[in-house]
Design a protein around this ligand. Sequence first.
Ligand SMILES: Cc1cc2nc3c(=O)[nH]c(=O)nc-3n(C[C@H](O)[C@H](O)[C@H](O)COP(=O)(O)O)c2cc1C
Length: 352
Amino acid sequence: MITTELTRTLGITHPVVSAGMARVSQADLVIAVSEAGGMGCLGGVSFMPDRLAGEIAKIKAGTRNPYAVNLLLPDSLTTEDEAQWAPVRQLWNTLREEDRAKLAGVEALLTPGAVAGQVDVVLEAAPPAVVLTFATPGWFIDECRRRGILVFALVGSVGKAVQAAEAGVDFIVAQGSEGGGHTGYASTLALVPGVVDAVRQPVLAAGGIADGRGLAAALSLGAVGAWVGTRFIASVESYGHDAFKQRVIDGKLNQVTLTRSYTGKPLRAFRNDWTEQWEPRAAEIAAFPQQYAVAGTRVESGYQDGDLDEGMMPAGQGIQIIDKLLPAGEIVREMVADAERIIGRLNSSVTD
Ligand SMILES: Cc1cc2nc3c(=O)[nH]c(=O)nc-3n(C[C@H](O)[C@H](O)[C@H](O)COP(=O)(O)O)c2cc1C
């Protein structure tokens, strides 16, 4: 058993949190991870408020153990400024009915006011923890504190970690550039101890952690736990086309790249025809979230249809060491058991 400040504060058994991956991490995955003694995090950002409320209700019915919800509260999403939303709305209004239906999964990122609705839902549901990405607004942290919700901030740099720490979050998740999804430029090995040294809050490590070796390494770097994304794509309970999951299982390091071509922010995802087309045209890429409008249904065709050529398939460098589809609970248990063995072996290899 590995006990840390994370397991003690949350009352969970294992220091493993599954990442709040938009689309991929829905109620079934969260329940499986939390039931296994880790903590599951719902990828909340893409759900319209009513669907988000439904997913949270499903989690509450499926487990009594702690769980978390991920939200994105940057100004570009919380703003009601018509001009900023115009390109996204323009696309939405011209879409065919079937394309709109396809984009229903990310409609919240394309709809002014949807994020405010998500905030209301989350504060009302009062989950044990909320994980904020990109921004940590003080008003939201205050509301969480009033309701006893722990706040985690996901960051990719020491500077952002210090900002989040000063804003008063309870835990920091330091995500290195190996990670899947939106990511910064510092590697996990350099970033995590840098953040541990810079803030007083406990830190979770993220980016490239896909097995017990990664968990043991995270603890060695001073982290109180691991925040794991890509490994859980290849789980039975994750949402996503089988072709996406299989690609994660078969994938090699050089098949993922950093691209702004889907969302406007650097995203680690599988390289394909779409990402390659944009490589020489980087200067033409729109800002977040407007580039979603340019990418259109490609941001969903990977998850829904297994479109390997153009569909968005975020994944981290951990694909190199992921080789089978497993139930999420087994991933948690295997990761912890292997980390315990490694730590025991290292302990016994130290002599006076
Ligand atoms: C498919 C996918 C979707 C993701 N979606 C989100 C998201 O909605 N919000 C977020 O904060 N991070 C998201 N991330 C990043 C994860 O939270 C996490 O930091 C990352 O996966 C950790 O690195 P790893 O993939 O190597 O485990 C996503 C990652 C992946 C692979």
